[in-house]
Design a protein around this ligand. Structure first.
Ligand code: NAP
Length: 249
């Protein structure tokens, strides 16, 4: 199946991001698997390409503006436009630290990837997305970023005490809405996805049970948002199981 559409997924070398790359390429898209580590990124892209998928590695560290701008230039030279940007790269910087002991440096480290990294990538790729007749941006958020759920002080999410991570994903949710409003004029949809709790390298140190969902389960909603038709919604937060699941902001 060929759609001639072009996607780029940040943090695509492993975890849910790698699975988003695989599912989008399986649907016929050309997918740039963006990763900060050239060895890991090109190895992952080669594995997926060996299955007959059009997956291409591009080096990109979302905290390094020059690398993101260079990746955008490479996509422009190769493909001429971008239809889908999945801002998937994310980190937790504070496992094992109690809330009162979390430092501004830890919060800053999380924001560098989860917030400023998304702005850097969006800024670099919007000019290419403007050339698409149906551009979609998907931001990988989390239930842990839901201010509504965090307002339940004894609730499952607030008591995890992930000060940097939760607040970074709440900021990402706000970014999603402001971009969604501003980019409507360009026909670019901007939505947020929560993949649900999936055991990956991100949460090996989590104090809570990590469940048994697979990366394929976690990729379902971001991929559905990445495949929205031209009249699809913008400024929505969906997941974790299906596009019908409305996640609370
Ligand atoms: P993961 O397996 O740890 O993968 C994270 C990816 O982000 C890796 O490819 C990593 O690259 C990349 N990354 C980190 N810093 C980067 C940077 N500066 N520049 C570019 N890439 C960078 O985590 P995951 O569970 O798949 O998480 C994917 C997304 O889903 C994240 O945004 C996460 O917050 C979100 N999420 C996950 C869960 C869950 O339960 N797993 C739940 C809710 C939301 P390296 O390999 O080089 O480190």
């Amino acid at each position: 199946m060929t759609t001639n559409e072009v996607a780029l997924v940040t943090g695509g070398n492993k975890g849910i991001g790698r699975e988003i790359v695989r599912q989008l390429a399986t649907r016929g898209l050309t997918v740039y698997l963006a990763a900060r580590n050239p060895e890991l990124g090109s190895a992952a892209a080669q594995e997926l390409a060996a299955d007959g998928l059009d997956v291409r590695f591009v080096q990109l560290d979302v905290t390094d503006v020059a690398s993101v701008d260079a990746a955008a230039k490479q996509v422009e030279a190769d493909a001429g436009r971008l239809d889908v940007l999945v801002n998937n790269a994310g980190i937790v910087a504070e496992w094992g630290t109690s809330v009162a002991d979390i430092t501004a440096d830890q919060v800053r480290a999380a924001y560098e990837v989860n917030v400023f990294g998304v702005v850097t990538a969006t800024h670099a790729f919007v000019p290419l997305l403007r050339r698409s007749p149906n551009a979609r941006i998907v931001n990988m958020s989390s239930g842990l970023g839901s201010v509504n759920l965090l307002s339940e002080l004894d609730g499952r999410l607030a008591t995890q005490g992930l000060l940097a991570y939760s607040s970074s994903k709440a900021a990402l949710n706000a970014l999603t809405l402001v971009y969604a409003s501003a980019l409507r004029a360009d026909g670019i949809k901007v939505n947020a996805a929560t993949p649900g709790l999936v055991p990956t390298d991100l949460n090996t140190q989590a104090a809570v049970p990590r469940g048994s969902r697979t990366t394929a389960d976690g990729a379902v909603v971001p991929v559905a948002l990445a495949m929205l038709p031209v009249d699809g919604p913008t400024g929505v937060f969906r997941g974790p199981e299906s596009l019908a699941d409305v996640a609370p902001w």
